[in-house]
Design a protein around this ligand. Structure first.
Ligand code: B1M
Length: 221
């Protein structure tokens, strides 16, 4: 198969949720020396975008969305070590979780991989993370940054609930707060009082580094 055929195959087989074939094609692509980033950005992510569009149109239902998501997650497990390959020293600690009521984690996991690749130590709390759990884990791990992911308009308000919980526990100013997820915008991040927002995984790395540098400069001033 040519690289173009493999990318098309990855797109098509993710769309129909054919996990074993997606895995095979992933290995085949890597065997041909194709870039892991290309598999992600030229096939897997566009395919899930199409899944979302079909869901919105009523052509796909939750089971189709679920198997497509699983197919992509299987490929990401293979790509993870390659994307996160890094020789750099740990530059900071990032505590990450999907908010309460929300089970989406593919995007969050991708952000984690990119952060690890950039030298962050990532502590992933998983999905459906309650405000109290964020507070408990911040107190336990003392991360530089905490990240809240939300993928539904109905779970975005949990950002504010998390911020209130941090405030109530007296730890709001101890940690940089970043938010993100498909429906989130810079305006929404500002409205809930987050320190940073990023629309995708690579922008998260860039913004996280900037925020960390700003904080460290303030502390040492
Ligand atoms: Co759901 N779902 N889903 N879903 N799902 C969406 C999100 C939706 C947009 C589909 C659509 O209608 N077009 C829609 C949300 C609409 C809305 O509220 N605006 C939706 C819906 C409605 C639902 C249910 C309510 C469906 C139902 O039950 N009727 C339900 C909710 C369940 C719940 O959470 N309580 C549901 C369930 C599911 C599945 C379980 C079946 C499955 C999730 C599997 C999983 O994650 N393990 C699923 C899937 C697969 C999707 C779509 C198709 C794909 C999501 C994805 O992985 N995208 C999605 C449609 C879409 O997004 N186009 C959809 C790829 C991923 C790489 O992108 O997630 O955006 P993304 O992550 C990006 C950025 O957001 C950003 O970086 C990531 C990487 O670049 N980012 C951050 C993420 N976190 C960040 C944190 C940061 C910074 C950046 O800082 C901290």
């Amino acid at each position: 198969m040519t690289p173009e055929e493999i990318l098309q195959g990855l797109y098509d087989e993710t769309l129909v949720g054919n996990g074993p074939r997606v895995l095979e094609l992933t290995h085949e692509a890597l065997g041909l020396g194709m870039e892991p980033q290309s598999l992600l950005f030229d096939a897997l992510i566009p395919s899930l975008e199409e899944v979302g569009a079909r869901f919105e149109r009523g052509d796909f239902f939750v089971p189709e969305m679920l198997i497509a998501g699983r197919a992509m997650a299987g490929s990401m497990e293979v790509l993870r070590p390659l994307l996160a390959e890094t020789g750099v020293q740990t530059i900071g600690t990032f505590l990450m979780g999907t908010v309460k009521g929300d089970v989406h984690d593919i995007g969050k996991n991708l952000v984690n991989i990119m952060l690890e690749g950039a030298g962050f130590e990532v502590i992933d709390l998983g999905v459906q993370v309650a405000p109290e759990k964020f507070v408990e884990k911040i107190q336990e791990h003392q991360p530089d940054i905490v990240g809240f992911s939300a993928f539904l308009t109905t779970t975005m308000p949990m950002f504010k609930a998390n911020m209130n919980a941090l405030q109530k526990a007296g730890i709001r100013d101890d940690v940089i707060v970043m938010v993100g997820g498909a429906p989130v915008t810079q305006e929404y991040a500002d409205a809930v009082g987050a320190d940073g927002y990023a629309p995708d995984a690579s922008a998260t790395v860039k913004r996280a580094k900037e925020l960390l540098e700003q904080k460290r400069a303030l502390v040492s001033a």
